[in-house]
Design a protein around this ligand. Structure first.
Ligand SMILES: Cc1ncc(COP(=O)(O)O)c(C=O)c1O
Ligand SMILES: N[C@@H](CCCC[NH3+])C(=O)O
Length: 430
């Protein structure tokens, strides 16, 4: 039977196929819930960012924000795609290094990096430490002195920009826990400290205005503000940055209300803004997370129980939920789903998709149109690649799902399913 395209999804014999692999076969092989990533989509998205920069003649670097999805295999993909990564904890750093990712292409972020984490970063010669606060500057200075080492740093600035996104996804406004405030003079003080420290090599400025952003306005404003800040500090310290890191936050389409902007458009508008300044344009770094892995991810669940409340609504429950995807409960995030084994059937009902966790708020999708379902059907939630597995938890002692990568008709297990034994492996008797 010929391939069919339904809502941009490929289906063969009525089954959802992901990069040429039948999702129903994946479920038979690996069980549910199951995270599946289409690696070709990840590679394509990275290429789009690279092309956008190249078309605009900018010197650039793409640094994958690995908090979106941080397992050994994704760092290995990033290495083959020849991009940088950013990490925000000792755990992410450890995973990247264990994957064989080159430490000089790692940027280390975080608003409360510990002495141990910074020491680990220094000893492993990470590419850049993103300095976030005065305590960290002092800690790092001590470590570099005792290790007799130099390291490259950037200053994370809060540029005073409020992105139009969920409150928890805003990070660039002045009243934020991240970075040095520019207006009050903290950033200037921090820069002075860094420029006077012979063990710190100042590379440039970083700012990140938030996540899941659709408009280009915030980024254009950010580019303008960063140049302005650089000009002021040039006057104060005769220092011009080698790099401007404009962070991540590029939105993706989770449902039909979302209207993301293409990398070309984002980058072209940022480039135009930088050119307008008339200044020498530093190398531009971006840190996309969600937009690289989000659309590549699918979560496959098995349909179980159902509750029909007469004249009110229907709850269709699946064998996962907020433990493998906290985003609907935490941010009221919206997703779409299909029945992976009934792609050729018309929709006949609209239901709430409920998880199996002991919380009324454990609703994965509020309103989803589906064909007629029965227990054992496979529900595929779409675009779950970012902040799904990376924010997964063991609430109600549910083991975390396995992760499979698919590419060109081949599947490969990259994270094993947790077992009940794994769940008690750290428990001690009393
Ligand atoms: C500093 C920094 N860079 C990059 C990102 C990645 O953001 P996104 O996944 O929205 O691209 C984040 C998360 O919001 C972040 O805090
Ligand atoms: N975890 C958030 C985005 C990350 C924010 C990081 N600064 C989400 O799922 O949307």
């Amino acid at each position: 039977m010929e391939n069919m395209i339904i809502n941009d999804l490929t289906s063969e014999n009525g089954h959802l196929t992901i990069s040429g692999v039948d999702s129903v076969e994946l479920v038979k092989k690996y069980g549910t819930p199951l995270y599946v990533f289409d690696v070709s989509k990840i590679r394509d998205q990275i290429k789009k960012y690279k092309t956008a920069f190249e078309q605009n003649n900018l010197k650039y670097q793409i640094s994958y924000a690995s908090k979106a999805f941080a397992v050994k295999a994704i760092y290995q993909i990033m290495q083959t795609e020849n991009v940088h990564v950013d990490v925000v904890s000792g755990g992410e750093l450890y995973t990247a290094l264990a994957a064989g990712f080159p430490s000089n292409k790692i940027s280390f972020h975080g608003n409360n990096k510990s002495f141990e984490e910074l020491t680990m970063a220094v000893k492993n010669h990470v590419g850049v430490i993103m300095l976030d606060n005065f305590h960290e500057i002092e800690l790092l200075a001590r470590i570099l002195k005792s290790e007799q080492q130099q390291i490259q740093v950037m200053l994370r600035l809060t540029p005073g920009i409020s992105a139009h996104t969920h409150k928890y996804d805003q990070t660039g406004q002045t009243d934020s826990k991240f970075g040095f405030d520019v207006e009050s003079g903290q950033a200037k003080k921090a820069l002075e400290m860094v420029l006077n420290n012979p063990n710190m090599k100042m590379l440039g400025y970083h700012a990140h205005i938030g996540s899941q952003i659709f408009g280009t306005e915030g980024f254009k404003l950010l580019a303008q503000k960063m140049i302005k800040i650089a000009q002021n500090f040039q006057t104060d310290f005769n220092y011009w940055p080698k790099i401007l890191n404009l962070g991540g936050g590029f939105g993706i389409s989770y449902n039909e209300d979302d209207d993301p902007i293409s990398p070309t458009e984002f980058i072209s508008q940022i480039a135009a803004e930088l050119r307008n300044s008339g200044e020498e344009i530093p190398e531009i770094w971006i840190e996309p997370g969600r937009s690289i892995v989000g659309p590549a991810g699918y979560t496959l669940y098995k349909v179980g129980s159902r509750k029909d409340i007469p004249n009110l609504s229907s709850y269709l429950s699946v064998d996962g939920g907020m433990g493998d995807n906290i985003r609907p409960a935490l941010y009221q995030a919206k997703y779409e789903a299909v029945i992976a084994n009934k792609m050729d059937q018309a929709t006949t009902q609209t239901v709430h998709i409920a998880g199996k966790y002991c919380e009324s708020g454990d609703i994965l999708i509020d309103q989803q149109a589906l064909p007629t379902t029965e227990p054992g059907d496979i529900l595929a939630m779409l675009d779950t690649g970012a902040y799904g597995y990376s924010m997964a938890m063991n609430y109600n002692r549910n083991p975390r799902p396995a992760v499979v990568f698919v590419e060109n008709g081949q599947d490969k297990l990259v994270v094993k399913r947790e077992t009940y034994q794994d769940l008690i492996s750290l428990d001690c008797d009393y």
